[in-house]
Design a protein around this ligand. Sequence first.
Ligand SMILES: [Zn+2]
Length: 127
Amino acid sequence: MKRLTLADCFDPTGERFGIPTYPWRCAPDDLATRRQLRSRGLRPGGQDVAAQILRPRRRREPLTAYLYRVDLARPVRPMTPARWAALAKANAARRRCPECGRDAGYVIPPTLGTCVTCAYPEEQRAA
Ligand SMILES: [Zn+2]
């Protein structure tokens, strides 16, 4: 591939590259990279890549960064007290032994399916 110049990278209709393409630092303000969204407290939110920016490099493939539409971006969901509580509840359920119903204090090993005390009653008594 012939070395790209910055001017080659200007393809807002995507005629050349298949998707709208802008030279490095020349992307429209309504498009942002994942990192730029993140710095504004946003995430792509399931949308497809809207465009790309290309940065030509000497004797190497150009650097590519994907752009997302800012108007379709969603706020990053913060951890609220309710979400922390739900997470703690899920973890507690994974520690509860279905055999004796006690909180084992550790996540029940899927290979045992019960707490260690229930899985090996003899060994526990001997110990
Ligand atoms: Zn048990």
